[in-house]
Write a protein that binds this ligand. Sequence first.
Ligand SMILES: Nc1ncnc2c1ncn2[C@@H]1O[C@H](COP(=O)(O)OP(=O)(O)O)[C@@H](O)[C@H]1O
Ligand SMILES: [Mg+2]
Length: 316
Amino acid sequence: MTSTTAISLTGLGKSFGDQHVLAGIDLDIARGSVFSLLGPNGAGKTTMVRILATLTAPDTGTIHVAGHDVVRDPDRVRAAIGVTGQYAALDKVLTGTENLHMVGRLLHLGRSEMRRRTTELLERFDIVAAANRPASTYSGGMRRRLDLAMSLMSRPEVVFLDEPTTGLDPRSRRELWQVIRELVGDGVTVFLTTQYLEEADQLADRIAVLHDGRIVADGTPAELKQLTPGGHILFRFADRADLAAAARATGSPATDPDDLTLQIPSDGHVTHLKHLLDEFAGSNITVEQLSVHTPDLDDVFFALTSHPAEPVPAAS
Ligand SMILES: Nc1ncnc2c1ncn2[C@@H]1O[C@H](COP(=O)(O)OP(=O)(O)O)[C@@H](O)[C@H]1O
Ligand SMILES: [Mg+2]
């Protein structure tokens, strides 16, 4: 563990009964980065967050968060982290301001410090107008923002966001993404779990895919996308004669005669596209339509998690 590492795990294992939920996880997460743990429902994301946040004991492994051992020094870890998740911890009877003050009192902040941080967080999370209304009147997105604000009262070094946008409408989701981006601008390390590939793609510097208790892929969003081929250009032609001629010209067998389409593997680069169009034009083949398909994280995710786990080396 170096000063540039915010979270490090070696050999983390956790079972419930005979179910090996985490089967030997190794990870190093850089300070000031957004790390996203991606996995379907039941993959073990919350279990990992709970262990890192000292709420559940690991069976095996050495785990450091913000420089402290989660098993030997849980109090120090707790003092350095904020945790928020799918199930908001706020008190719905209390107003936004009262919820933040409640956390401030739990943290034994002085009165003026408590008020200062409350004002700052209400502003930053766009809750000022609703600050004096009970949280029961808040929208789902506002509740999540307030919950996140509460976890930041202690000015944590590391923040755990466990499926922070699950169940939110697309607009609230985007608003929360913006707030998370700003957090990182302040140097906070964010450990984010999500089932949404788009979310990880939008926010994360690095993504690890959790499947069958193991990390089956780990890299930047761009690196993960490269793990799965699938980029191609789809051409549609006016008739079967043109389709057949195009297939001959490109040596591509991937035609669909019913749709009059031809699929050619491609990284989607303009020079490749131009080369193909020039070739068709040179053979008097008329292209009616074309679309460029780049692999997205959905392709990666399905490729990695639709079968029993087989470790895939990270792209480098
Ligand atoms: N306290 C517990 N006791 C028994 N099984 C549990 C407990 N917590 C989680 N599990 C099981 O561990 C697996 C992973 O759960 P969880 O970490 O909540 O996954 P995720 O957050 O990725 O949806 C699930 O099969 C779940 O039923
Ligand atoms: Mg969960």
